[in-house]
Design a binder for this molecule. Sequence first.
Ligand code: MG
Length: 365
Amino acid sequence: MRFDAVIVGSGKAVRMGLDKLTLSVGSDLILSRAAEPFAAHKDIDKIILVLRKDLFGIGKGIAEKFPDKKFVIVEGGDTRTRSVEKGLAEANSEGVLIHDAARPFVSGEVIDGVIESVKKYGSGIPAIPVADSVRTVKGGRVVGFPDRSEMYAAQTPQGFVTEQIKRAYALRGAEDFSDDSAVYARFIGSPAVTKGDERNAKITTLGDYFGLNSKIGIGYDIHRLVEGRPLVLGGVRIDYSKGSLAHSDGDGVVHALIDALLSAVGERDIGNLYPDTDPRYKDIDSLELLAGVMRMYKERNHKVSNVSIIIIADKPKLAGYIPLMKQKLSEALGISASLIGISAKTTENTQTEEAVQCCAAALVT
Ligand code: MG
């Protein structure tokens, strides 16, 4: 079963007082971040961007990043319901996913769950249990006490059989609905629920945007320097008579950075992910290990906002290598070199054994 994705980003962000879709989150705009996991998905053929006219340029920029994918850009309507309807008119795969562009942290796992549910049950609505006690209030008085165990918050993408959701929309007349599951429930049937994700929250306030989704991680590494080994730091071969004693290439900068990236998203450390007893990692280029972590980041829709690194070694002098390290790490992390800080320090010759120590901090969303 093949799918199209309708990404709705046509509303005005009145609550934030600024245009949330064009704010950057890490190194991307919120709009691109919300659309790209769909563009990269193997089961999705076409991306239908429903946008305000002033966002068409951003839409075209997203399309250019995915030359193998079909893109259609449609102007939105006055209401969300009307915007979705205009997007659905362009959908012609058997299934369709409808996603709000104000949810930029949607993961591959949530999308896969919705797709599986549509294949099995004809619909899929990601939802999470509501943590607060929900009350019905009328005229300033609490009048209803719904059972919290039955309360869920619906997220997007919401998935359907294209022909069915189109039929539901055709039957709606001029009525407005807050989401697609409500249109489907009214005219077709009760939609199936799939596992939502706390991270897949809708960005509504400045607090959501600036604070809640940023996570910090720190990492540390040390390698003894010995004769007969190459010295590689930050993906750059350093000209020196000694190198790191290690199972891999001993790139302490990349190892500390990997630990910072894993730590930020609550994962265990590099030694757990890439054990030094595993012959596959013997003398491996540590940038390949970092690429593996970045694939995991991509799958979960995590991105790096910036990183900050300290290298501590009495010898050799490293300052001249820093621009090249920044370039290598910029390519590996997919962020501008200006978002990577590297400083080199000495221990003032206080250490009895020669070694390189590295510390890294990473801010990610
Ligand atoms: Mg190491």
